[in-house]
Design a protein around this ligand. Structure first.
Ligand code: UGA
Length: 435
């Protein structure tokens, strides 16, 4: 089998590398010449654990190629995956599909022999049909089938998620297309992964429904956490107590500063708009979006309250700025709201993140970036943990206390135990738990 992966962003690069690991010959295509040059030199443009080795091994084995030549890659492919970006369109919250449609047109011009054209990017319901129309209009006699095959990868554990997924969803109209998709995912049949075959439209909706459901689950526990603080209850015990009910499930019940990243904020907003326009508004998700937006500002207020009601003229040490650990991704990270709000309230900030600082420097002006976690703390009035990188879970608390001017720690990810922190002499504030 031979495939072309159009777009070497996060989804395209991970999926391309993983398919090549499955034994498929993969050509990854991108318009960005310097990106392709870097990939051909073995440099990986994103931080994703394990991806560098996977790319290196499969490139060496002659199964993984990088090129800007879309035409040649598509012509020889059994399946072409569209994995280009679908950012939020400014103004209306809809996904911007201009890259998807431009790719469809170029693919149409290059098709040669029967080809399955697969949308891998997260696209609104109806996009597959539109891609089909574009290809048909561009090349009326082309022999192709349309498939929707959304990905459910999480940044930071994307390779494991691809290799051992909970399920694979394939929306296809013809048996011929299903056959090609079965062949591509053959190794997953061996580990008995459920493969859900649906219509193209259903598959497109499954992706949004999954992400919005998870965003709602996080938002639910975040609101329960706020209530716990008022009532003196412990949100971790609540999460455990409800999560053991198989109907609820224990995952994605960890409270925090609000969901971020390149997917949940964009997808919740896009589905809200789609539903409104379809005349079936998703009022739950509209509320989720609103709560999550306000939560980030509320987190800055939490820090200010922990500092005695004002941070004016104070220095705060910040640990973690990426939207979650094990990624360098800053997109829609809660830190992008929390940090400016603290600066506006008059605080000076010193921050450290293991992988995100290069990007964060551009997005968060006025922050002093430090080389280590401890370097942020020297003479600071309080320590704030925004992202739960593993290395922040085992800080030398004695050292932290000596470095800080006052032993104030605000832990927006609940990586420490309130009781332990109280015993260590910290004024400790977290989310939904009181000591
Ligand atoms: C998410 C989905 O989990 C993937 O299944 C999906 O494929 C992906 O979006 C996508 O659409 O491409 P990702 O954005 O990488 O993956 O990150 P998650 O691990 O889902 O975390 C999203 C946000 O929710 C983060 O800000 C995280 O800190 C937050 N979160 C997650 C919580 O606050 N609490 C939790 O219990 C879980």
């Amino acid at each position: 089998m031979r495939i072309a992966m159009i777009g070497t962003g996060y989804v395209g690069l991970v999926s391309g590398a993983c398919f090549s690991e499955f034994g498929v010959t993969v050509t990854c295509v991108d318009k960005d010449v310097s990106k392709i040059d870097r990939l051909n030199r073995g440099e990986i443009p994103i931080y994703e654990p394990g991806l560098d080795k996977l790319v290196e091994n499969n490139a060496k084995a002659g199964r993984l190629f990088f090129t800007t030549d879309l035409k040649a890659a598509v012509a020889e492919a059994d399946a072409v995956f569209i994995a280009v970006g679908t950012p939020s369109r400014r103004g209306d919250g809809h996904a911007d599909l201009s890259y998807v449609y431009a790719a469809a047109k170029e693919i149409a011009e290059a098709l040669d022999g029967h080809t399955v054209v697969v949308t891998k990017s997260t696209v609104p319901v109806g996009t597959g049909r539109e891609v089909e129309k574009i290809i048909r209009e561009t090349r009326p006699n082309a022999d192709f089938d349309i498939v929707s095959n959304p990905e459910f990868l999480r940044e930071g554990s994307a390779i494991g998620d691809f290799m051992r997924p909970d399920r694979v969803v394939i929306g296809a109209r013809t048996e011929r297309a299903r056959e090609v998709m079965r062949a591509l995912y053959r190794p997953l049949y061996l580990i008995e992964t459920p493969i859900v075959f649906t219509s193209v439209e259903t598959s497109e909706l499954i992706k949004y429904a999954a992400n919005t459901f998870l965003a709602a689950k996080i938002t639910f526990i975040n609101e329960i956490a706020d209530l716990c603080e008022k009532l003196g209850a412990d949100v971790h015990d609540v999460a455990k107590g409800i999560g053991l009910d198989g109907r609820i499930g224990k995952k994605f019940l960890h409270p925090g500063p609000g969901y971020g990243g390149s997917c949940f904020p964009k997808d919740t907003l896009a589905l809200v708009r789609t539903a409104q326009e379809a005349g079936a508004p998703l009022r739950i998700i509209e509320t989720v979006v609103d709560i999550n937006d306000k939560r980030k500002r509320a987190m800055a207020d939490k820090v200010i309250a922990a500092c005695g009601g004002s941070v004016a003229g104070k220095t705060l040490a910040i640990l973690g700025v990426t939207f979650k650990p094990n990624t360098d991704d800053m997109r829609d990270s809660p830190s992008l709201d929390i940090i400016p709000a603290l600066q506006q309230a008059g605080a000076s900030l010193r921050a450290f993140d293991p992988e995100g600082m290069h990007e964060a420097e551009k997005l968060l002006p006025g922050v002093v970036w430090c080389d280590t976690a401890y370097e942020t703390m020297g003479g600071a009035d309080a320590l704030v943990i925004i992202t739960e990188w593993n290395q922040f879970r085992a800080l030398d608390l004695k050292r932290v206390k000596t470095l800080l001017k006052a032993p104030i720690l605000v832990d927006l990810r609940n990586i420490y135990e309130p009781e332990m922190m109280a015993n260590a002499g910290f004024q400790y504030t977290c989310v939904g738990r009181v000591s």
